[in-house]
Design a binder for this molecule. Sequence first.
Ligand SMILES: O=C(O)CCC(=O)C(=O)O
Length: 283
Amino acid sequence: MTETFSEYVDCAPLLDDREALDRFYEEHGYLYLRDALDRELVRTAAEQMLQGLIALGHAAPGTTLDTLAIDSFEAVDEVAMHEYVKYDELWNHPTTVKLWEQVFGEPVFVFKSTTIRYYPTAAGSAEPSFLTPLHQDGFYIGPNKDFRTAWIPLLPTSHAIGGVAIADGSHKRGPREHVITENFRRFGHPVRGIPAEEFGADEQLLFSPMEPGDVLLFHAFTCHKSIPNVSVDPAGMRMSMDTRIQPASSHRGFNSLTPWPESAKDASKGILSKITGTPTTAE
Ligand SMILES: O=C(O)CCC(=O)C(=O)O
């Protein structure tokens, strides 16, 4: 059964109105900013991701972003891919930082941990287990919960190509219970998600097609989940990345200070400790 979604509301017109921007964020737990990032910077990150996939042997030399298709996300060495995508240059570019500061209304710190996603179509097969179940990033990341997740597409997304769906206003209920979900796994470990019975029938999931240059920011307690890539005719790649941003003056926890490849190697700390169930001493 295909899920139906309402659309994200474009908050870019509110960027110069501090009060209206904060009111929307407090009410809805997200900000969708259309065409707010420098598209050239986003294109550069997309090209770097492509070059990584070519260099690691998952696409033929000469492949372009228009013709790219890989066989499997899981077959790609995710740690090695981080060498190719210079996301810190995008996240910390002066024009990008200006946008973050407009959003937060104060100086910010961009997390060192970024997740990069290059998902081929899974049309006709079971939902890939590496996708995320309904969850709150604040369950996994802390100790402070004043960060916001920033999610950007590197290529256009659509209902078929998938991306991230968020539950409008769901942050207002605060932290929720997360339980082990066998269908979703990361590094071989089952990942925790919010059980369906904990999610109100009246809670509205939002999803909109996005273009490179758009950004979706959401609250640490906003419930959200992956939407799979089931594109056919044409089958396209879902390429996106996400990090977290917090006020510069806030405490800096493990996930904020640790580049993704490092935390992936140490399952006892940070985000992986929650996934694996191993106690952490880092936060
Ligand atoms: O991009 C996705 O598929 C999921 C994103 C997500 O769960 C997150 O950014 O925390």
